[in-house]
Ligand binder design. Structure first.
Ligand code: AGP
Length: 614
């Protein structure tokens, strides 16, 4: 959500900033803008809509050459996505410019104060107060960094702010609180970005900023302080993926590419997790076995697809560890007064590591003294940084808004956690753990097969392209798969889609079933006799009422064939691992349907990749 780029160096800042904004497009946005230092003023351009609209403005009205610039992709919160509300925002004389991600919660009070002092507002945004506050501060002193610190001390809420000042040429200043900002260190040039994708074309050397810090970059220096000017500690790291990993590599959509990367994502997430004695080892566990043995309750918190990974994990974690495990939407967690204490392990799952609902939930959990472990795909992001322990998924950058490889690798990481807890508590023997790990190692081949057989699902999408409603049924771990299948279809194809626990059908949803309604049904492996038989009855119930049944069932199980309009075969895997293969055809179906309907597969309407507001 909102992409930010800042640059000072020897290149044309406009090229660097526009290139960075293109790389940040995946975060989701609805207007864009750039600002460049040009003599004693800031030259700027901004436009509602996609970057192509800004390109058109710049073609008609070229900006001057400059080596200092800032840029922004905005995802509207306060005020519609219009030209006026787009960033940067400037003071009346076009001396200073600011771009912002987040929400200034006390902006109403500040706006009233500034209006009373004679400042005129041109937009409906919360951001504009910041630039006027800075303008007023710069009347008292010339030092941009000092003025930014003074402004930050007055702000409440979440913000990443990046400023340029025509009277401080060759300097860009950034600040962050509860919102991401990273620094890119170059040779004779430095960068700021919402994430490393903003500058990965130029450098892999990054610096992670902490909470409430202000960073000043020039071409040759990077200076970081807290909001009071005290020098601050930072962490430098080298980005371990290159630019090609964030490119489409010949695929039409990032989502298609990311679906196909899933066998590798799962394999990489499993890589290097056993020590030479065959014991599970998790790099950044940071919690001792003694601490883990004290855990008597687990609460998984996450949003959207990540929460469905948590729902899958609950079955495995409880089964393997015998520790009660709840799964809760992060946005609901802290408002219900949950019962947690030092012996509760809160597991936060987040691909981006920046989801504000999840971040706020872990902060609450830590205040209540719970231990927090995060499962995250983004190195250096806020959620793992604020957790007691981390398990990184190694899925590589996920660019498409719809999560695919993120989901499968989260499920795998949750399984590693479950097994690690079982190992620490001694409730599973070493050989039992190794045999489950062996089974997990077989899964990438099964996922690859589902990808190779994707044409069956693509043809099905073409056949059903005019349907406006779909239902998904599952039992046990198949239930979260049904929820995920429905979510993918909603977000990509904009059609009505709902997932149900098959047992709930008769308690209401069966009323929706009518002739021709497409229903996907995930059939549990036969090894779980009762489950398989029960869902067989559910399929017959909906078929009898005219549903068009699309049945996902393991190889060799022909019992469903008489009641299925379409059979999608799944490789035989243990019940708990079935979501890792069964989700894949549902992803492919949603992706194909969206494409056939002419939708933007990678950036569905109204959605953002990184949801950094509550
Ligand atoms: C999935 O396709 C979504 N776009 C969305 O539900 C996502 O999973 C959710 O916003 C959580 O994101 P996170 O994993 O980055 O925290």
């Amino acid at each position: 959500m909102c992409g930010i780029v800042g640059y000072v160096g020897h290149r044309q800042a406009l090229d660097v900033v526009m290139g960075g904004l293109r790389r940040l497009e995946y975060r989701g946005y609805d207007s864009t803008g750039v600002g460049l230092v040009d003599g004693d003023r800031i030259a700027w351009a901004k436009k509602a809509g996609k970057l192509a609209n800004l390109d058109a403005v710049l073609e008609g009205n070229a900006l001057p050459a400059s080596t200092t610039g800032i840029g922004h992709t905005r995802w509207a919160t306060h005020g519609a996505p219009t030209d006026a509300n787009a960033h940067p925002h400037l003071d009346a004389a076009d001396r200073v410019a600011v771009v912002h991600n987040g929400i200034i919660e006390n902006f109403m009070v500040l706006r009233a104060e500034l209006e009373a002092a004679g400042y005129e507002f041109l937009s409906e945004t919360d951001t504009e107060v910041v630039v006027h506050l800075l303008h007023r501060e710069l009347q008292q002193q010339d030092d941009l960094s000092e003025a930014v610190r003074a402004v930050c001390r007055r702000l409440e809420g979440a913000f990443t702010l990046v400023f340029a000042d025509a009277l401080n040429p060759g300097v860009v200043v950034g600040a962050r609180r509860n919102s991401p900002l990273v620094v890119g260190r170059g040779e004779g040039e430095n960068f700021l970005g919402s994430d490393v994708a903003a500058f990965i074309d130029y450098t892999a050397e990054a610096i992670e900023l902490g909470q409430d810090q202000v960073v000043t970059i020039t071409a040759d220096a990077i200076d970081v302080t807290d909001f009071h000017g005290n020098p601050a500690e930072t962490t430098a790291y080298t980005v371990d993926w290159d630019v090609t990993a964030a490119e489409k590599g010949g695929y039409e959509w990032f989502m298609t590419k990311e679906i196909e990367e899933q066998p590798k994502a799962v394999a990489d997430t499993l890589l290097g997790r056993l020590d030479q004695d065959g014991h599970l080892q998790l790099d950044e566990m940071r919690l001792t076995d003694d601490e883990l043995r004290e855990i008597d309750k687990i609460i998984v918190i996450a949003c959207g697809t990540a929460s469905y990974a948590g729902l899958v994990a609950k079955y495995a974690i409880e089964h393997w560890t015998r520790i009660p495990c709840e799964v809760e939407l992060a946005s609901e967690f802290r408002y219900r007064d949950p019962i947690i204490d030092r012996s509760t392990l809160v597991v936060a799952i987040s691909q981006s590591g920046e989801t504000m609902d999840t971040l706020m939930a872990i902060r609450y959990a830590r205040q209540q003294r719970a231990r927090v472990l995060s499962i995250c795909n983004t190195n250096g992001s806020t959620i793992p940084r604020e957790s007691d322990a981390v398990i990184y998924t190694h899925a590589g950058p996920e660019v498409a808004v719809a999560s695919t490889k993120g989901f499968l690798s989260q499920v795998v990481a949750c399984y590693l956690l479950g097994l690690y807890l079982a190992q620490a508590k001694g409730v599973k023997y070493g050989d039992e753990i190794s045999s489950i790990i062996d089974e997990l190692h077989q899964v990438p081949a099964g996922i690859q097969r589902m990808i190779d057989e994707g044409d069956q699902v693509r043809k099905l999408a073409a056949e059903l392209v005019d349907r406006r409603s779909f239902l998904f049924l599952g039992r046990h771990v198949g239930f979260p798969v049904a929820l995920e299948g429905a979510l993918k279809l909603k977000e990509l194809a904009y059609v009505h889609a709902e997932g149900f626990a098959a047992g709930e059908l008769k308690h209401g949803p069966i009323a929706l079933v009518e002739k021709g309604l497409p229903m996907f049904v995930v059939v549990p492996p036969r090894a779980r006799d009762q489950l398989q038989e029960k869902i067989l009855s559910n399929i017959q119930e909906v078929r009898a009422r005219g549903a068009y049944t699309i049945v996902l069932v393991e190889d060799g199980d022909d019992s469903v064939v008489p009641f299925a309009d379409v059979v999608i075969r799944l490789p035989k895997v243990p019940t708990l691992l079935q979501p890792l293969v069964a989700t894949v055809p549902l992803q492919i179906f949603a992706c194909e349907l969206a494409e056939l309907l002419g939708h933007d597969v990678d950036q569905p309407r109204n959605l953002a990749k990184s949801v950094t507001v509550e």
